[in-house]
Ligand binder design. Structure first.
Ligand SMILES: Cc1cc2nc3c(=O)[nH]c(=O)nc-3n(C[C@H](O)[C@H](O)[C@H](O)COP(=O)(O)O)c2cc1C
Length: 225
């Protein structure tokens, strides 16, 4: 009997996991439909929306763009662009150059605003509590919040990386609401058991967790043995 260990459990969809040795028994539920990692499918075949909103922690989003495999469709909110200038030496165009496609957050006619457009998931990193609150309430008045709503209704993986502290009760309830709707709340809270020496180490910890959740193999942080 094969043991169930973290290395042989594969993400099926959001909060649901399945042992990898059982997976081939369920060919009818394609992972393409579920929008998660597909064994044997090349990373270049997957496409993700990477969104950045106006929370502190823009460097997490930049590191994600540098690390994520597959096609990257980038959307930055106006506030994300302004906070980028404060938190990084990079310009908006430097960051946009890391993506394959760039959308304007005001362009509600963009492909990713439609449920009929196929993509493999979305990561909002960092995610402001304002955008998170809108997603929790089903408000879709920007491309980012609309694409997130599309993920929830279509069952695409949605990973939200909030950065705020302390949290009000409203914020906690919003996070719970999105989690119950199928989103993954993955706070930007790096661990210290790997003894990070640099800010880069801390960025890699959080980004490694995001990649893990998407089923992308990575060695971005030291794993507990
Ligand atoms: C310098 C600065 C830092 C901010 N940091 C955060 C933050 O860490 N978390 C957060 O939820 N909001 C933060 N905000 C507030 C958001 O930027 C604000 O709520 C904005 O409306 C978010 O819009 P967006 O989600 O469309 O980007 C910050 C604002 C400023 C000016």
């Amino acid at each position: 009997m094969t043991m169930l260990t973290p290395s042989n459990i594969v993400p099926l969809y959001n909060n649901f996991f399945m042992p990898s040795y059982i997976w081939p028994c369920f060919p009818s539920t394609s992972r393409k439909e579920q929008g998660s990692y597909i064994p044997g499918r090349l990373h270049k075949d997957v496409k993700y929306v990477v969104a950045m909103t106006g929370a502190s922690g823009i460097p997490y989003g930049i590191r994600l763009l540098q690390s994520l495999k597959g096609e990257k469709m980038l959307v930055m909110s106006d506030m994300a662009k302004r906070i980028l200038e404060m938190e990084s030496d990079m310009s908006v165009s430097d960051v946009e150059a890391m993506a394959d496609i760039v959308f304007d957050d005001h362009d509600m006619f963009a492909s990713i605003a439609s449920g009929s457009y196929k993509f493999d998931g979305m990561i909002i990193c960092p995610c402001s509590e304002s955008s998170l609150g809108k997603i929790a309430a089903g408000i879709a008045d920007t491309l980012i919040t609309r694409a997130a709503t599309v993920c929830l209704k279509e069952g695409h993986p949605l990973i939200i990386v909030p950065r705020e502290t302390p949290l009000s009760q409203t914020m906690i309830e919003n996070e719970l609401r999105v989690s119950k709707a199928g989103g993954v709340i993955l706070p930007a809270s790096p661990g210290f058991y790997s003894k990070p020496k640099t800010v880069d180490d801390m960025l890699d910890f959080v980004v490694g967790k995001i990649l893990d959740r998407l089923g992308q193999e990575n060695e971005k942080f030291k794993r507990w043995k």
